[in-house]
Design a protein around this ligand. Structure first.
Ligand code: ADQ
Length: 728
């Protein structure tokens, strides 16, 4: 019996393994990672079993293996990277492109196609490593911005995998996200998941907005759902917490010996040295405090800890220099023989020491310019076990969404931040206690363990459904577009007007769709065309409605009630040769695969083939190309077309120009709906001149403006179009 999904193993995919590896004279050594995330995930991995898959962080030499001395209750699989790969994937695309862009600092983002290619390839490698175990896993949980393409590659390898993604940094608004040249690919990667989680609701809404605008997927913002070509993806916010009790315990155990000097008051900053953390702005705000409120001179100290980070990236080296200079300048300006205003530690400190500092600090200054969540704010609050201090928190950190009792500031506003520090230093005890107490209750409850269980609970849910497409929604899309214009509707047949079936002869129109097409054709403000890969006579017979324009053989032949018959002048030349090609393709007609001759084109169908058809498809394409025809992928089929530079898009333009004149865009609105790769030619040619819809599974890039899940959504659009009111 198959294990229940919520009991089956979990695979965690993250950029890094749950420990760091160092090369010493005695070989590789592991150092445990103290991160809250690792300790929160370990109990789950212990209970359900599973693997942690990540990059070891250093280039392994040949035959070098990760030491197996960790005693973790789960498997560890390393994804080794060469130095060049690490440079482009990690230092490059992850940290020079995605990191600044997603933190809304686009001027710092570098767009380099070679970095992108390496990122894509490394993401695929992660999927490759994960695939064997993913087949039996209850959940594959992918973490963070380094691996946003991995879910897509994994879905291709393991179509039934249950995949979730959590982003630890912000998701930017559309106007920033759209700057990324690979924005479509990134969204497609993430949407291969079943669940996508963010720290706060604002990021989830930004994501939904980008999905709708870039891909044209239907989204339900209230329910947090995306209809991704018929597969529904849940999107939600899961604010990360910390191991509250652990920090509280450390603070209680912190030795009584002071961190600072007797009588001194301490303002504390704790960050990775990163330009998103707003360290220079913070130092300037502290300088402004000393200028404006001289009573703090000689008494108050800013203790700034900065952990070295990403020093291979130039921006980070520049930042280090800038901070060194700023600290020197402010200290030089205000220091006395017995007091210096800023104490700056460029290193990591032990967890115990950190807890002691948190406990003692009168003020925590957490002022990132942008931050996914920010755990320092939460750690500070957990450590307020004595006379409580005051948290000053940037309103641009994710933590600000829930930590309402902090003094919130705009970190770019130096005066406001300086005033906030003054207010914090002079705040009376009852206000300090009230503010901290509520935050402590919340952080204790919403800790990292409850975060993990909430995320897993949501991930284990069965697939969600989106509400059916309503007339209001369709009207919202189409009314402003159609206005008073004449309408030309172009529809593909198989997979668009009918569901895909196992044999073309079974793809008949439902009476409902037939009625709607008839009603649409009857309107004098609308004309309807069906553009199909089928032979002209075939599609005309399948539909059998008068007044419709038919384009067969991907538009090589067009019959319209009001236009001269069109047949591309070069097709005769290929008619005999297509029969020859049909014969040659008998070589790949095994296991039920068959050839459909359609006059000047043909389709080789491999839908009946059981198992992996990759080899067969490759050979079929080869035969088509060797015979001098073009090969195009269709649904479980390969189409062979004469190489005469004609396609569905050109046929649509031919119809529009013949019927409405060369400046047709002035008078006519066009809607094109299709479901396969050959419709992409029409989407491309009509871009900017039509409303275009791609129907069906959405795991490939489409040039259509919107996506529809299936033929029933097309039927809903036809119903709306047929019944639409004439504008007065
Ligand atoms: P980070 O950008 O690393 O994480 P943050 O959430 O503040 O940011 O976590 C930093 C961690 O490093 C804290 O646990 C802190 O205690 C520790 N730390 C910082 N300086 C230290 C020092 N000098 N010595 C010892 N420890 C130090 C990313 C996102 C965040 C998001 C987290 C988790 O950028 O927005 O909150 O992931 O999702």
């Amino acid at each position: 019996m198959a294990a229940r999904r919520d009991e089956a193993p979990v695979l965690v995919l993250a950029n890094r393994l749950p420990f760091t590896i160092q090369r010493t004279r005695d070989g590789l050594e592991r150092k445990p990672s103290a991160g809250g995330l690792v300790s929160a995930l370990e109990p789950v991995l212990r209970q359900r079993g599973g693997d942690w898959i990540g990059w070891p962080g250093i280039a392994l030499k040949e035959r070098e293996k990760i030491p197996r001395n960790g005693g973790e209750p789960y498997g560890v699989q390393a994804v080794p990277l060469t130095d060049t790969e690490a440079n482009r994937y990690y230092h490059g695309f992850s940290n020079r492109t995605l990191w600044p862009l997603f933190h809304s600092l686009p001027a710092r983002a570098v767009f380099d196609a070679r970095d992108w290619a390496a990122y894509d390839a490394v993401n695929e490698r992660f999927a490759q490593v994960a695939a064997p175990a993913a087949r039996d896993a209850g959940l594959v949980w992918v973490h963070d911005y380094h691996l946003m393409r991995t879910p897509g590659f994994l879905r291709l390898r393991v179509p039934d995998a249950h995949i979730a993604f959590f982003l630890h940094i912000p998701f930017p608004p559309w106007d920033i996200f759209r700057l990324l040249p690979w924005s479509r690919e990134m969204l497609l990667g993430i949407l291969s998941c079943d669940l996508v989680g963010f720290h706060v609701e604002g990021y989830a809404q930004n994501f939904l907005d980008c999905v709708e605008k870039r891909l044209g997927d239907r989204v339900d913002r209230t329910a947090g759902l995306v209809d991704h070509g018929g597969r529904v993806v849940r999107v939600g916010s899961f604010p990360l917490g910390i191991d509250f009790e652990l920090f509280e315990k450390r603070a209680l155990e912190a030795s009584e010996g002071r961190v600072g000097r007797e009588g001194e008051r301490m303002v504390l900053g704790v960050d990775r040295l990163d330009y998103t953390k707003g360290i220079p702005e913070r130092i300037r705000a502290f300088e402004r405090l000393l200028e404006r409120h001289p009573q703090h001179r000689g008494v108050v100290v800013l203790l700034q800890l900065a952990v070295p980070s990403r020093s291979q990236v130039a921006d980070y080296r520049d930042l280090k220099r800038e901070i060194d200079e700023l600290v020197g300048r402010v200290n030089g300006r205000f220091a006395t023989a017995t007091w210096s205003p800023i104490r700056y530690l460029y290193r990591s400190v032990t967890p115990e020491r950190l807890a002691a500092m948190y406990r003692e600090a009168d003020v925590a200054l957490v002022t990132p310019l942008r931050d996914g969540m920010n755990l320092v704010a939460k750690e500070y609050v957990a450590c307020q076990v004595g006379d409580p201090g005051v948290l000053i928190l940037s309103e641009l950190a994710g933590a600000a969404a829930t930590m309402r009792e902090a003094i919130q500031v705009n970190p770019y506003d130096i005066d406001e931040t300086a005033d906030a520090i003054h207010r914090a230093l002079t705040m009376d005890e009852s206000e300090r206690r009230s503010r901290v107490a509520s935050m402590r209750v919340r952080e204790e409850r919403d800790n990292v363990y409850s975060w993990v269980s909430q995320f897993l609970e949501e991930a284990d849910l069965e697939n969600a459904q989106l509400r059916p497409l309503t007339d209001d929604e369709i009207g919202g899309w189409l009314e402003p577009f159609l206005k008073k214009y004449h309408l030309s509707v172009f529809l593909d047949y198989d997979g668009t007007l009918t569901p895909l079936v196992d044999h073309p002869s079974k793809a008949t129109l439902s009476s409902e769709v037939r009625d709607r097409l008839e009603a649409l054709v009857a309107r004098d403000d609308t004309d309807v065309a069906i553009v199909s890969g089928r032979a002209l006579e075939d599609v005309r017979a399948m539909v059998g409605i008068d007044g419709i324009t038919f384009a067969g053989n991907h538009g090589l032949e067009v019959a319209a009630p009001d236009l001269p018959h069109f047949r591309h002048e070069d097709v005769d030349h290929y008619e005999g040769r297509i029969v020859e090609l049909g014969k040659a393709l008998q070589e790949v007609c095994s296991d039920g695969a068959w050839v459909e001759l359609k006059g000047h084109t043909l389709t080789w169908h491999y839908r009946p083939v059981k198992g992996d058809a990759t080899q067969l498809v490759a050979r079929a394409r080869e035969i088509v190309l060797e015979s001098g025809f073009q090969a195009r992928d269709a649904h479980l089929a390969v189409e062979a077309r004469p190489p005469i530079g004609w396609d569905k898009g050109r046929a649509v333009l031919h119809v529009l120009r013949s019927r409405h004149g060369p400046s047709w865009t002035e008078n006519v609105r066009v809607i094109y709906i299709g479901d396969d790769e050959t419709d992409e030619d029409a989407f491309r040619i009509l871009a900017g001149m039509a409303a275009t819809f791609r129907v069906g599974p959405a795991d490939t890039i489409s040039l259509a403006g919107r996506r529809l899940p299936d033929a029933s959504a097309v039927a809903a659009i036809l119903r709306w179009l047929a019944g639409r009111k004439r504008p007065s």
